[in-house]
Ligand binder design. Structure first.
Ligand code: 5GP
Ligand code: ZN
Length: 109
């Protein structure tokens, strides 16, 4: 979607470094980290939130991407978060999974 910040990042508009990528998702560092390591797993396809997902295959692959990137970076202990909807703290309306590891701050979003 043209006015979506994550679509622009995926498109390479800001030169954001991807710490990992595969055919369905990219992974990059959160700009405002709430832990020593704070990554975002973002599907290449624009989907507003978990509420709009109708593809169980996509969800499975996103969770496998979490496993792939944490394994690659040797992160053994981590928390995953999906904020769904404004009242739950979702700020960017392009589905993403937070990965937090080490020194996790309270009250992520
Ligand atoms: P949400 O609150 O929607 O679950 O999480 C959105 C996350 O995206 C926030 O943690 C925020 O810091 C991060 N974020 C917002 N804009 C950018 C950006 O331009 N670049 C990066 N790397 N992260 C961003
Ligand atoms: Zn998008």
């Amino acid at each position: 979607m043209s006015d979506c910040i994550f679509c622009k990042i995926i498109n390479g508009d800001f030169g954001t470094e991807f710490v990992y990528e595969n055919d369905i998702a990219v992974v990059f560092k959160d700009i405002n980290p709430q832990a020593d390591t704070h990554l975002l797993v973002v599907p290449r396809k624009h989907v507003e939130s978990l509420n709009e997902v109708d593809d169980e295959n996509l969800l499975g692959k996103l969770m496998m991407t979490v496993k792939e990137v944490t394994s690659k970076l040797n992160i053994k202990s981590y928390r995953t978060i999906i904020n769904t909807g404004k009242d739950a703290g979702q700020e960017v309306f392009h589905l993403h999974i937070h990965i937090l590891s080490g020194g996790i701050k309270n009250g992520i979003n």
